[in-house]
Ligand binder design. Sequence first.
Ligand SMILES: Nc1ncnc2c1ncn2[C@@H]1O[C@H](COP(=O)(O)OP(=O)(O)OP(=O)(O)O)[C@@H](O)[C@H]1O
Ligand SMILES: O=P(O)(O)OC[C@H]1O[C@H](OP(=O)(O)OP(=O)(O)O)[C@H](O)[C@@H]1O
Ligand SMILES: [Mg+2]
Length: 410
Amino acid sequence: MSISIPLNTTLQYSSSSPSFHVPSLSLFSPIPSTAAVSVTGTRQRCLRIVTSCVSNAQKSNQNGATDAVSVVRREQIRLGLPSKGRMAADSLDLLKDCQLFVKQVNPRQYVAQIPQLPNTEVWFQRPKDIVRKLLSGDLDLGIVGLDIVSEFGQGNEDLIIVHEALNFGDCHLSLAIPNYGIFENIKSLKELAQMPQWTEERPLRVATGFTYLGPKFMKDNGIKHVSFSTADGALEAAPAMGIADAILDLVSSGTTLKENNLKEIEGGIVLESQAALVASRRALTERKGALETVHEILERLEAHLKADGQFTVVANMRGTDAEEVAERVKTQSSLSGLQGPTISPVYCKRDGKISIEYYAIVICVPKKALYESVQQLRAVGGSGVLVSPLTYIFDEETPRWSQLLSNLGL
Ligand SMILES: Nc1ncnc2c1ncn2[C@@H]1O[C@H](COP(=O)(O)OP(=O)(O)OP(=O)(O)O)[C@@H](O)[C@H]1O
Ligand SMILES: O=P(O)(O)OC[C@H]1O[C@H](OP(=O)(O)OP(=O)(O)O)[C@H](O)[C@@H]1O
Ligand SMILES: [Mg+2]
């Protein structure tokens, strides 16, 4: 690895912990170096530091990910966010909805801060590089699609899915074949596998960008005579170009398949994907502050995502007492709320005296069930129904937090 830093920069090198520190430059601080470090001299206005960054302890795997053995010492927790593409804006929007505001000075600057999390810095990276850097220890947390975690994480146990459903980037990885010619009547993976055409000399040719998951899926499904080719994009063209018989690619709306006369088949889905919060197990167990940070991010995410699908509904109901109103409300299946309805007296002033004739009922209802709930409220005498969006639901305990702790053996 080679980096350039301004002259007169104070460097601290710790030989006990394999790290270089540039205190004045948070951008480069610290520089991971697990092997030899040499300062090769001055050139123009820069010092050039060369480190051979892959030591024996860090072996590259096929995808360039490295298996680091210990965490590099640094002060900040690092969160990787997609630098561009489909997931970039949605990741920032989600954090914003959780009151975590990423301050990026300009879109070409790849480091940013979140004032609400002062011990955390954001690094913008391509999704596949986020996974690679989680594995190499250069990032601690990241937001990426589950497809990328599976493809580039390759089942590495250091990767932990902290939240598997961030509610954006939905798609699935699927095998697709032409809907014409010899494939016209093929509807399932089983039928495809049983076609007499595929032999050792003439295997089923699959074009895919998923060079780890593709072969694994075929092997797991016992499909023997298969070969793979890869391309960076527009894979749907491969069958019509005569390059492949099938493709294995991401599908969301299905439009690209349809427009290229391709179809999905039963049993052909490799995985379902959406954006996820991913962490390095090593970072969570060994890096000071990482667990606390992930707890706070998780709490905010869960509170927001849980509330996102719900409305608060308030209505007035005539009744003799709160229990009687509760009995009536409980007869309706959509009106139970989170724990049960909150019912409180409405104090009216009548002829100079305070009286209670109405009770206010407050419930949370799933957005999908709103109209049904309003109808049920009316059926039991509800009136003046007010509906407002819910922003956060903080539970007593974040369910995924206890899962994470047990996953970490804590
Ligand atoms: N229709 C879709 N096609 C592809 N990816 C999708 C789709 N819908 C959601 N996604 C998600 O978005 C991610 C792709 O994002 P992006 O567009 O930035 O990647 P890319 O441009 O293919 O990446 P790169 O250029 O680094 O190869 C996928 O990994 C997946 O998780
Ligand atoms: O089901 P759909 O909504 O049509 O989306 C699926 C398509 O989108 C992605 O391609 P992308 O737009 O990233 O272009 P690329 O293949 O050239 O990278 C993916 O590789 C599919 O081709
Ligand atoms: Mg495509």
